[in-house]
Design a protein around this ligand. Structure first.
Ligand code: PHE
Length: 351
């Protein structure tokens, strides 16, 4: 074999072996076998001295050229194999983070707040504006303007929580016992026609039990215009009942007394569970009481500067917790302000 033939043979084998090297370890072994201190090509180059003087330069150039070619080929192949090795290891060591995450705790709208929102929306469609008023009131608005004078026994109907004052005169301060004082506040600052609903918290000096809280929520309704009648009141409340409890619902009025309306009624909706037949929820009566209502008393209209001969109005007040209890079957009013997250989560899903 001539020197050139030897080099060609070496080149062919070296490149074939390199192509066959499958990983970084095989690549390192290849480098050792051909280019290392005792590698085949290194040995060839060292053996050049044994050649005849005229052969040496040609063989030397060819040998060095081959060395450069193989070095370059090896560097490229070695890098590719190392990169592949790294990819394999990364894939093997990877932590699978595609598991379902932990759901963060999200708050929910309190059932009383949601009922207030629902009521506002229903009444907005009936032309009523939602307004709010102060929870700390003067006796003037909570009682006097509502036809309940200071010495009148009717004041005792509302067990009132009083706010301490320095006693140097001025009006008696109370926590409002109902949302009705807003009737007077709204009428004082607006001319008829008036159509408002007033949601909000009210307070009563009262022992707590499953159906009584010392703080709860009401929604007041007031409409004053020419020729407002009891029929408008009944139609409005019937529409409310149908929106809340279904299209079949009917409203019942019974005589009741509130100093600020005449005539006064309490109103009930026929039980949606048994269709008025009588069941556990309506305690066999077929009716669920929602609140008090009536035609605004002429004395109330006069007290805010309205002319009772020119305009008339209806007013109603309903208990908001009661409505939620009817809708959800919750049977203890104390749960609403109890701040027990288990209750709130349960009812947030139920409603
Ligand atoms: N304010 C009354 C109450 O809390 C309810 C009511 C409102 C009655 C409006 C008649 C008219 O008991």
């Amino acid at each position: 074999m001539t020197v050139q033939e030897q080099l060609d043979d070496l080149r062919r084998r070296a490149l074939a072996d390199l192509a066959a090297a499958a990983d970084a370890a095989a690549s390192a072994a290849w480098e050792h076998a051909y280019l290392g201190p005792k590698g085949e090509l290194t040995r060839f180059l060292r053996g050049l001295g044994a050649l005849a003087a005229e052969e040496r330069p040609v063989a030397g150039r060819a040998g060095n050229a081959l060395k450069q070619e193989l070095s370059a080929a090896w560097t490229e192949r070695d890098q590719a194999l190392r990169a592949a090795d790294l990819d394999l290891r990364l894939a093997a060591d990877a932590v699978d983070v595609t598991l379902p995450g932990r759901r963060p705790l999200l708050g929910a709208i309190h059932p009383v707040t949601r009922m207030i929102d629902d009521l506002s929306e229903i009444f907005a469609l009936l032309g009523f504006q939602t307004v709010v008023g102060p929870e700390v009131e003067t006796a003037h608005y909570n009682f006097d303007l509502l036809n309940i004078p200071a010495d009148h026994p009717a004041r005792d109907v509302w067990d009132t929580i009083h706010v301490e004052t320095d006693g140097t005169g001025g009006d008696e301060i109370v926590l409002r016992t109902h949302t009705s004082p807003m009737q007077a506040r709204v009428m004082e600052r607006t001319q008829p026609p008036v159509r408002v609903v007033v949601p909000g918290r009210v307070y009563r000096y009262e022992a707590q039990d499953a159906s009584h809280e010392w703080a709860f929520h009401q929604l007041e309704g007031l409409a004053v215009d020419r020729n407002i009648t009891m029929a408008d009141l009944k139609g409005t409340l019937a529409e409310l009942a149908r929106q809340l409890f279904g299209p079949e619902r009917r409203i019942r009025f019974r005589c009741d007394f509130f100093p600020f309306v005449e005539p006064g009624v309490d109103f009930a909706v026929d039980c949606a569970i048994c269709n008025g037949q009588g069941c556990r929820v309506c305690k066999g009566s077929g009716w669920l009481e929602l609140g008090g209502a009536g035609m605004v008393h002429p004395n109330v209209l006069r007290a805010v500067g309205y002319d009772p001969d020119a305009v008339s109005g209806f007013a109603f007040g309903l208990g908001i917790e009661r409505l939620v209890m009817m809708q959800t079957g919750v049977d203890d009013v104390r749960a609403f302000a109890g701040n027990d997250l288990r209750f709130l989560r349960q009812i947030a899903r139920a409603a």
